[in-house]
Design a protein around this ligand. Structure first.
Ligand code: NAD
Length: 468
């Protein structure tokens, strides 16, 4: 078994002890229900290349199953199963009514042209259709490492070609471009969710005091590993909306540091132009890209891949808070060590759940065949406008133009998505923290998150009548 899957299962076992549930029921929750391993040929230049790929559906206690598709050279069955497993718990924690799934294609996207990637994505989708591993009510993929809205549009188009008569076909995949049945705010969702998680976690004075920090995000220093979809949005939103100072950043090509802070928007423009973050004005080069993980900072955001903090470097980690934006960035051993040291760890299955939350909103939008806000926006505007008029009439005073606009403007889709996401992340955090505060034997957020997930999933199994 791989380190990653072993870590996920170790964390599960640690939490399961606190639930008092039947052993067989716990075993059913833990195991992966089905894995489809496939190999298919794709023409690359003049050659035929055999591609290895997977789709794992970890749990069918709720349907459809849901989880991203990863393009990475390191993809293997254990990794896909570990990621699908995390998806099950993640959905339960944020009350998204799906089972967990994950897909993986063993390629490095950098090695292929756009057309070749399109062929691979379409062929992979065909394999999933053939085996009934995709569909609005069966299994709904989304973006993950190495994939984005472009790949999701190819998946949708392939699905539509085969299942065109299905009125709900657009709900077969999420993370699509907004103009192709997508939803506003999906691209930023995981990073924005990490930001909301951090904002909530840092708002408790008692918890921050234990870390010798003040409450609130403003002024806290942050180091970020990986400036992809998740890392970039976490960093830029934390900087712009939270007042966080980003002092170190790592990407594929290396790591940079500046105690005065790094402007993420400017850095991204620089990288687009130069093809690298290295040499960004006002920053120093760090020896190795891994050094970003051991920078002296308040918040560390690993947002690249799993197994980044292990027994080899855990003792050098200085951050007081680690927000697991990536899936499984800490091994179970490293996590135990850092918890003992007093580090606060926001576990992946809660911290990066913003993506699946907004994917759920997108799926609902596709099934309702209408954009959020379309029915009520103007109605709300008129209602609040009348109220402001009444207040003005009764008081004889006039409300300023800006204030009037603020009070009377109806919500657009993006406002509703962000509000729904913030509500989800806050509610889930309160739930997890509540479990930890009530049960003295639970001393970390990951165990509390697992307990929350296991309890919800077990009650589903019990009400389904499978376990008398
Ligand atoms: P991505 O491909 O958009 O970005 C990952 C970035 O990390 C890339 O820019 C890559 O160059 C960089 N990177 C890779 N190895 C690195 C290293 N050793 N040091 C520094 N940078 C490195 O992927 P993503 O979608 O942002 O996913 C990142 C992580 O977040 C994964 O673990 C994924 O499973 C998890 N996640 C993603 C989503 C989502 O909605 N995309 C949702 C939940 C969790």
């Amino acid at each position: 078994m791989s380190n990653f899957l072993e870590s996920v299962n170790q964390n599960f076992d640690k939490a399961a002890k606190h639930t008092g549930l039947n052993k067989g029921l716990l075993e059913q929750i833990k195991v992966c229900n089905s894995v489809y391993q496939m190999r298919f040929p794709v023409k690359v230049g003049k050659e035929y290349k055999v591609i290895e790929a997977y789709r794992a559906q970890h749990s069918h206690h709720r349907l459809p199953t849901k989880g991203g598709i990863r393009f990475s050279q390191k993809v293997n069955q254990d990794e896909v199963v570990a990621l699908a497993t995390l998806m099950t718990y993640k959905c339960a924690i944020v009350d998204v009514p799906f089972g967990g799934a994950k897909g993986g294609v063993m390629i490095s996207a950098r090695d292929f042209t756009e057309k070749e990637l399109e062929n691979i994505t379409r062929r992979y989708t065909m394999e999933l259709i053939r085996k009934n591993f995709i569909g609005p009510g069966t299994d709904v993929p989304a973006p993950d490492y190495g994939t984005g809205s472009r790949e999701m549009a190819w998946i949708l188009d392939t699905y539509l070609t085969m299942k065109g008569g299905d009125i709900d076909a657009a709900a077969c995949v999420t993370g699509k471009p907004v103009h192709q049945y997508g939803i506003q705010g999906r691209t930023e969702a995981t990073g924005r969710g990490v930001f909301y998680a951090l904002k909530e976690a840092c708002s408790y004075e008692d918890d921050m005091k234990e870390l010798k920090l003040t409450a609130g995000l403003k002024g806290k220093t942050m180091a970020v590993q990986g400036l992809g979809n998740v890392g970039y949005y976490t960093a830029t939103i934390s900087q712009k909306e939270g007042g966080v100072k980003i002092i170190a950043v790592a990407e594929y090509e290396g790591a940079i540091y500046s105690e005065n802070g790094i402007d993420i928007e400017k850095l991204m423009k620089y990288r687009k132009k130069k093809g690298s973050i290295m040499g960004f004005p006002g920053t120093k080069k760090m020896k190795s890209r891994k050094d970003v993980l051991t920078v002296d900072c308040d918040i560390l955001v690993p947002a690249a891949l799993e197994n980044q903090i292990t027994k080899d470097n855990m003792k050098k980690v200085k951050a007081k808070i680690i927000a697991e934006a990536a899936n499984g960035p800490l091994t179970a051993t490293a996590s135990e060590y850092l918890l003992k040291k007093g580090t606060m760890i926001l576990p992946d299955m809660y911290c990066n759940a913003g993506g699946v939350t907004v994917s759920y909103f997108e799926w609902l939008k596709n099934l309702s065949h209408m954009r959020f806000g379309r029915m009520e926006k103007r109605f709300d505007q008129a209602k609040y406008g009348n109220m402001v008029d009444l207040v003005e009439r009764l008081t004889g005073k006039t409300i300023g133009k800006k204030e009037r606009q603020l009070i009377t403007s109806g919500a657009d889709e993006i406002d509703l998505v962000r509000s729904g996401l913030e509500e989800t992340m806050i509610t889930a955090y309160k739930e997890i923290r509540g479990i930890m505060k009530r049960k003295k034997s639970i001393t970390d957020l990951r165990t509390a998150a697992f307990v929350s997930a296991i309890n919800k999933i077990s009650s589903d199994y019990l009400s389904l009548g499978i376990w008398p």
